[in-house]
Design a protein around this ligand. Structure first.
Ligand SMILES: Nc1ncnc2c1ncn2[C@@H]1O[C@H](COP(=O)(O)OP(=O)(O)OP(=O)(O)O)[C@@H](O)[C@H]1O
Ligand SMILES: [Mg+2]
Length: 384
């Protein structure tokens, strides 16, 4: 079926989307190449259908997401991308969408930043409700990636992402966000909330009607990486090429945070930049989000696997090497980290009381975190 690929109110291209599989089978024409998704234009200035597809697929629910099979069954479709098409590709993280040719659909009436949306998909994806037949598909959940169970909610008129995961993840997300508060690192604030006795993290949408998140993996595609260029340098070069301000300062902060908390999962979809979706002006790097895959210090299996080192992403495979990429540590006020013990115990209090995590494990988290902060102080001291 033919659609217009839209960027807010701008028609950018006419594309064909396969009815049976939901992928983009052809780019018929391009009307606004400047508004096309970042990174789809190759070195020869050509917009390639595969590369547009990669972008489209990444904006859908991954096939590993809990309960996605049930969703596909109910709507009798083969792929999550078909579900994205059926909600017109509307998202709460960027401003792209699709409209069937000749449909006359308009952005103001459809976008989820302003208009209400259905919570049915989210209720199913979180296992909160059983569904046996189709329900309204107007939900930003169909265009939100990430493996952990999650859903968007409207609370007092604001859009929030509610995210589950293994029992520790929501707590980690909150502790990491409080740590960034103390360290004055720009971040998305996370809080805890409970539904049917299960704890989730909750964070507000940091994108609004006029802005959008461009993930790092899209930014990386604007230039070809040369063999002799490191992954870190390539990312900074791509930011400079696009005119994104403050990338080095941002990376310093992100790498330092991830070192302290031993984040295992800072892949190129877990950070990015913000731009004005109308003028296309780059506003800077996005506040840090999705830092919950951390604090597994008592995970002996992980430690043995990496020979005592802490695995890292995205530039080096262990934090001990990745921290060497930091250009400047002088912004860190080590005194502000003195409350970390209280923050961790307080956040996990309900879990300790319910017997879901023991105090010994929390003590390992606190002690290891403190020793990592000490190690960081030594590294920072050695640089000056
Ligand atoms: N506060 C937010 N505002 C806008 N978009 C967000 C926000 N938080 C997350 N997103 C978008 O939702 C996606 C999924 O969220 P998130 O990365 O937190 O999920 P996840 O399941 O933990 O991911 P992963 O698979 O990396 O573990 C992000 O890649 C980003 O595009
Ligand atoms: Mg993520």
């Amino acid at each position: 079926m033919k659609y217009e690929l839209m960027h807010r109110t701008f028609p950018t291209a006419v594309i064909d989307i396969s009815d049976n599989y939901g992928y983009i089978s052809k780019i018929e024409s391009i009307s606004e190449s400047a508004h096309m998704p970042v990174g789809v234009i190759d070195g020869k200035g050509i917009i390639n259908c595969n590369s547009l597809n990669e972008w489209w697929k990444d904006r859908s629910i991954p096939i590993f997401r809990p309960r996605i099979e049930r969703l596909l069954d109910i709507f009798d479709v083969m792929t999550p991308e078909q579900l994205s098409s059926r909600c017109f590709g509307l998202s709460l993280s960027d401003q792209y969408w699709i409209r069937p040719i000749g449909s006359g659909l308009i952005w103001e009436k459809l976008n989820f930043f302003k208009n209400p949306f259905s919570e049915d998909a989210g209720n199913l994806l979180l296992g909160l409700k059983e569904y046996h037949e189709e329900f309204p598909l107007n939900s930003p959940d169909f265009t939100t990636n990430g493996n952990l169970e999650k859903t968007w909610k409207i609370i007092n008129g604001k859009r929030y992402l509610l995210k589950g995961g293994n029992f520790q993840e929501p707590f980690n997300e909150v502790i990491a966000s409080q740590l960034m508060d103390q360290m004055d690192i720009s971040h998305v604030p996370y809080a805890l909330t409970t539904i049917n006795s299960k704890t989730y993290s909750l964070c507000e949408d940091f994108v609004d009607q006029g802005t959008e998140l461009i993930p790092a993996w899209r930014i990386l595609k604007v230039k070809k990486r040369r063999n002799e260029t490191s992954a870190w340098q390539h990312f900074v070069d791509c930011c400079n090429e696009l005119g994104i301000p403050g990338s080095v300062e941002f990376l310093d902060r992100m790498i330092v945070l991830d070192y302290i908390i031993a984040n295992k999962d800072r892949h190129y979809n877990n950070f990015g930049a913000l731009r004005n979706a109308v003028t296309l002006e780059w506003l800077g790097m996005a506040p840090i989000y999705d830092s919950g895959s951390c604090f597994y210090f008592y995970d002996v299996a992980v430690k043995n696997l990496y020979g005592g080192k802490t695995p890292s992403k995205p530039f080096k495979n262990c934090h001990e090497k990745q921290i060497e990429l930091v250009k400047d540590f002088s912004w860190i006020d080590f005194n502000c980290l003195s409350h970390i013990r209280e923050i961790i115990f307080e956040t996990f209090l309900s879990e300790i009381s319910a017997g879901r995590i023991d105090e010994k494990s929390i003590k390992i988290i606190v002690d290891t975190l403190i020793s990592r902060i000490d190690a960081l102080q030594t590294i920072a001291g050695n640089q000056t």
